[in-house]
Write a protein that binds this ligand. Structure first.
Ligand code: EPS
Length: 359
């Protein structure tokens, strides 16, 4: 069974939920490890005061017994502590009693750069909040929880994944932007080591590993560009300078350059996987941009709300989770296994067959 992930949840609703299916039975999960990634995602310079309200931790509702996966759907929950301030405003059922707390007044001032306007038009909503609650990057908390599970799985076949920020002087940029009541974006990179050749396939577009990585990263809030290996840089190189020559020593086949970022023809080639994502500046500005009041049709200024000045350090953690998830999915496709031991044994047998070993 293929690994799959479904999520639900709004930014100020009760909780974010992820259901992970297709995990093999017998994988040991460590709550502290999942919580550590949730904590990492909340760090970083330039986050909003919302992060002082939230202290994300995972709750498991199903699929795990005594710390081991059962091979059944795993249900993960990350609660929104801020929900206590939004109980009326985000009530799933028609709210009872006096309106109180946050979210009681309709938002009618869409923010340029957010999903606000396009989402409101698409679904016919009268309140932009009906869009922004789900479009919010708060959603990434539960992606990170699922990514931590994926990391535990791929660790069993010696794959490790690490995300980091490439943008320089991010703290200074944040300070300057905050002083100007503005926001900044940035670039993150994820590297995965120990990935054997053969994850993903050229057979169909949507099973290409690079397509899956790009889709997962591009599907993350505020990401506007993704590149694999030297990506856009390859376009201005000659073929003789762009490709990674094939070499062999006593440990098997290898390359001594990696411009392809570890993927050729949509298939991992045994080199380090290198993926970068570019994040746009966050769209909620304290010094708002021009907008239109959707109720009156009159020119107005966009919604001003508590917001992050930057979340690029958080994106590094989220991107790491996305890459881990896609590698786990591709590994499950390749090695199968209802029981973890079967997956590990299939991986071992495969490495015995091919002329490659991890470096
Ligand atoms: C977000 C707006 C802010 C961020 C939020 C993403 O939340 P709020 O509207 O409650 O101030 O803090 O991110 C998180 C809560 C999080 O945990 O990452 C947005 O509009 O995308």
């Amino acid at each position: 069974m293929a690994l799959s992930l479904v999520t639900a949840g709004e930014s100020h609703g009760r909780a974010l939920v992820a259901i992970v299916s297709g995990l093999p039975a017998g994988l040991v999960l460590d709550k502290d490890q999942i919580d550590a990634d949730l904590h990492r995602r909340q760090q970083g310079y330039g986050r909003s005061p919302r992060q002082q309200i939230e202290q994300d931790e995972v709750e498991v509702l199903a699929g795990l017994r005594h710390g081991r996966t059962l091979g059944t759907p795993l249900a993960l929950v990350v609660h929104n502590r801020d929900h206590k301030n939004w109980e009326w405003g985000m009530s799933p059922w028609p709210p009872e009693g006096e309106a109180g707390g946050k979210g009681t007044k309709a938002v009618t001032l869409p923010r340029p750069g957010h999903a606000d306007l396009a989402g409101t038009l698409k679904y016919g909503f009268a309140d932009v909040r009906d869009v922004l609650e789900r479009a919010s990057a708060r959603h990434t908390a539960v992606i990170v929880a699922a990514g931590a599970v994926a990391k535990a799985l791929i660790a069993k076949i010696a794959i490790t994944v690490e995300g980091r920020v490439l943008t320089e002087d991010i703290e200074q940029q944040v300070d300057e932007a905050r002083a100007d009541r503005d926001t900044v974006g940035g670039i993150v990179e994820v590297r995965a080591r120990g990935v054997p050749p053969g994850l993903g396939t050229y057979a169909t577009k949507d099973e290409r590993l690079d397509a899956r990585l790009a889709s997962s990263l591009m599907g993350t809030q505020a990401v506007k560009g993704v590149e694999i290996g030297e990506g856009f840089g390859l376009a201005s190189k000659r073929g003789s300078e762009a490709h990674d020559e094939i070499l062999r020593d006593e440990r098997g086949l290898y390359r001594d350059t990696n411009r392809a970022g570890g993927i050729e023809g949509g298939v991992s080639n045994g080199e380090e996987i290198i993926v970068r994502a570019a994040m746009k500046p966050l769209p909620t500005l304290m010094k708002p941009l021009a907008s239109v009041d959707l109720q009156t049709g009159e020119p107005a200024q966009a919604l001003v709300e508590r917001s992050d000045t930057a979340a690029v350090e958080a994106l590094a953690v989220v991107a790491e989770a996305c890459v881990a998830w896609e590698l786990a999915r591709a590994a499950k496709d390749k090695f199968g296994g209802d029981a973890l031991d079967d997956l590990v044994a299939a991986h071992r047998a495969y490495l015995e067959r091919i002329d490659w070993s991890p470096r």
